[in-house]
Design a protein. Sequence first.
Length: 408
Amino acid sequence: MKVTRCATAVVEANYDYTYVRIYADNGVYGTGECFFAAGLTAALREMFRLLIGRDPREVDRLARLLWRQGSGAGAVAGYLYNAVSGIEAALWDWLGKSTGLPVYQFLGGKVRDQVRVYADCHAGDNLESWGPMLLPRRPRWLAEALAHTAGDGDRYDPARYRRRAAQMVAAGFDALKFDIDSIVIPTGEELHRPLHRREMDRMVECVAAARQGAGDHVDLAVDCHWRFAPSEAIRIARALAPFHLIWLEDPCAPENWRDMSEIRQAGGCPILTGENLNRRHGFWDLITQRAVDLVAPDFQKCGGLLEGKRIGELAELQGIRVAPHNIASPLGTIASAHVCATLPNFVALEFHGSDVPFWNNLVRFPDGERPVIENGWIAMTGAPGLGCELDEDEARKYAKPGEGFFEE
Ligand code: MG
């Protein structure tokens, strides 16, 4: 069995949904999704040269070849892992379709039949789009959506948190996440100055409003996007303790696991981090030192679905739970769900596309039309591979200008 052709496509959504497709000489292809990065499709094209003529059944062998050839031995960071992760997922999809088995079977089999999803609610809405260097942009779909949205006040307004929480609970979700990192009193030095008392008060008001809107039986998490110093994060965790958060995410700069450990030991909220870490090695200190309560690998960048499974197993050894980061399209989200279905210590998978009007239309299922997420859950079927196909007619409508669409 041999890989005969590889191709990419990019959809310009809230982020660049970057797809990899791998074709083999049995007439079957597999599709995977990468976490976005600048220059990613050029990197993928370079990697494809290593795949042509290789046996696509040797998934781990190929992933390790790409890790080594693409990053240099010992490097466990860098966006080349985004590329490898998409390729690896495409190989699993191909193998599943070629053998008639769902991808979770290759990861040890599922331990649950449906995967719980939590809704990322940002700061009360999520209607935005970002280029690969996190510069804001306005594709046509966004301009149209914004034209239909009356300006309903500031982000970081408690009323907005309350409203959004109630909306998402009404949509069926029983776990939500809100951002609290950008509630700043503008000084022009937002990222570098100490936490202001007013800022702290506003955070507490916003989380209280979200709790009120969501109700007591909904799991609530907050994200700090690495914004605070450890001593500030400890104050925040203690101030938010009365709201019984399921986690406080990325409270401080990610480089030093000891900071996370200190915040965790101070109590107040369970601590989660890990969305930018790759391979088991990236998670090693956090997990072996019990520096966090939960880890959040992103399976579109951490090195692949199998490596995601291994990270989850490493965490399980230390009593640490897994709540994967996910900003992917439905295809990547479902790929992640295959890993989640196999992890006993899994909590919930992120959903970041609630304000992308066409999110749900980007995939088709072999058993007919249905929403990807129903009442906050993804059903794991026995369909081969990832169990879904990219809807190419729909995806092509939002294809990123200047990028190919699965062309030679
Ligand atoms: Mg986050």
